[in-house]
Design a protein around this ligand. Structure first.
Ligand code: GDP
Ligand code: IMO
Ligand code: MG
Length: 408
């Protein structure tokens, strides 16, 4: 069975936590896109693990994790991450693999990424991990894949420094190399999770272009880049927060205008710990944007939503969510492609009552406060998508399951 998990907003929705939680019942976790720009956090009994390249099933001793074909991999970052895991007592040897179709991030890419962004009249605010450069070279057919490392003919265009650098990692990378499609075929009756990075609104095609990342973070990416075909996907889960955040630049219609001390924006950043896992940058905060979420559901065939960070609203008297936009005097409920339209969009907000109670220890849907359930049921109605899992804190066990994704 194949379950895809993607971010349904601008990243950092809590994908790592949810993949880790659901991996208890899976045998294989395939991360299908992105690179070290991602930061997926897992909290286990108070201990925090921040993963960037390694898929979020790694904390279980018996799960196989695979870096999929759509990923762009910096070997230095990867082996650094594996060493850190090892230091925390995680034995990864023999169960971490890399698709031979995945691309490499070479040493100069990070600087090129930062320089390219600084040259832009309106910088994207990239993570500076060389991601955009690797994907651009992939698209221009000048990239280097894992499959190319021991094929000297594919390396002729590299400078001698890059070739030497590659040579240094070759012996560590090659034992991890697999043919992903063949691997999955030979492990036929397994339950697999396909872990997305970034989010639907940062996807190169479905996102707020050009303020996006450059990989496929949409659900379709799991098929193109996860080693399976689109019809083999049994379920698509879209993870979203009770509010919205965004790191880096680009339009964000529901962003709080006031980010001064004492503002709701600063309150949510503090309670939700909204600082980038990869760069430490403060995340921009705003109310939930249901127009954007419904769009993400539609273009990704999300059949179940996963709501996270509901606990961050615990102390609020009331809060709002966006159900439409006013754009130049016109009302719309559709998510526009034009950056200009998104920049001037005035959100139409609906008010919800808070619950003024801590929900971090709640484990069943019926035990959630009525006002929290009313918020959840409004989101389901607006997006026409059931919410099957609700996260009420960062720890693995702070999770309410209404319906398991493993049931067909
Ligand atoms: P990802 O990139 O989607 O995996 O998300 P990140 O790990 O970058 O950011 C999510 C942050 O929220 C992390 O610090 C998580 O530990 C934390 N988190 C996840 N789920 C919840 C939740 O339900 N409530 C709270 N308060 N924090 C959460
Ligand atoms: P996870 O998987 C949030 C953002 C960057 C920047 C834009 C392009 O943790 O959800 P890039 O370095 O990819 O070229 O930057 O995309 N971005 C993310 N924002 N979460 C992420 O990943 C992100 N990965 C990239 O901040 O605005
Ligand atoms: Mg993240």
């Amino acid at each position: 069975m194949n379950v895809v998990i993607i971010g349904a907003q601008w990243g950092d929705e809590g994908k790592g936590k949810i993949v880790d939680f659901l991996a208890a019942d899976a045998q294989i976790v395939v991360r299908f896109s992105g690179g070290a720009n991602a930061g997926h956090t897992i909290v286990l009994g108070g201990e925090r693990f921040a993963l960037h390249l390694v898929p979020s099933g790694i904390l279980y001793p018996d799960k196989t994790v695979i870096l999929g074909s759509g990923m762009v991999i910096d070997p230095e970052a990867l082996f650094g991450e594996l060493r850190d895991l090892e230091n925390k007592g995680i034995d990864w040897k023999g169960r971490v693999f890399i698709s031979d179709r995945a691309h490499l991030v070479l040493p100069g890419y990070r600087e090129m990424d930062r320089e390219a962004d600084a040259r832009r009249a309106k910088p994207i605010g990239t993570t500076g991990k060389g991601i955009g450069i690797a994907y651009a070279l992939k698209a221009s057919r000048d990239g280097i894949r894992i499959a190319d490392i021991d094929n000297i003919e594919r390396l002729v265009n590299l400078g001698s420094e890059d070739r030497e650098w590659l040579f240094q990692w070759k012996d560590r990378l090659l034992p991890l190399k697999i043919d992903l499609a063949a691997y999955l075929r030979s492990h036929r009756n397994t339950w697999r999770l396909f872990e997305g990075a970034q989010g639907a609104l940062l996807d190169i095609d479905t996102g707020t272009y050009p303020f996006v990342s450059s990989g496929m973070s949409c659900a379709a990416g799991a098929a193109a880049q996860g080693g399976i075909g689109p019809r083999a996907i049994d379920r698509v889960l879209g993870v979203f927060k009770a509010y919205s955040t965004r790191v880096g630049n680009g339009p964000f219609p529901t962003e709080f205008a006031d980010d001064s001390p004492g503002s709701l924006s600063q309150y949510i950043r503090k309670v939700g710990n909204e600082y980038g896992t990869t760069t430490g940058r403060p995340r921009r905060c705003g109310y939930l944007d249901l127009v954007a979420l419904r769009y993400a559901c539609a273009v990704n065939s999300i059949d179940r939503l996963v709501l996270t960070h509901l606990d961050v609203y615990d102390a609020l008297e009331e809060f709002e969510a966006c159900i439409g936009y006013h754009i130049d005097g016109r009302l719309t409920e559709d998510f526009p492609a034009s950056i200009g339209d998104l920049e001037v969009a005035q959100p139409v907000l609906r008010t919800f009552k808070g619950w003024k109670r801590s929900i971090g220890n709640t484990r069943t849907y019926g035990d959630l406060p009525l006002n929290a359930r009313e918020y959840i049921e409004f989101i389901e109605e607006f997006t026409e998508t059931p919410i099957s899992i609700i996260s009420v804190g960062s720890d693995r066990n702070q999770t309410i399951v209404r319906e398991s994704p493993w049931i067909r």
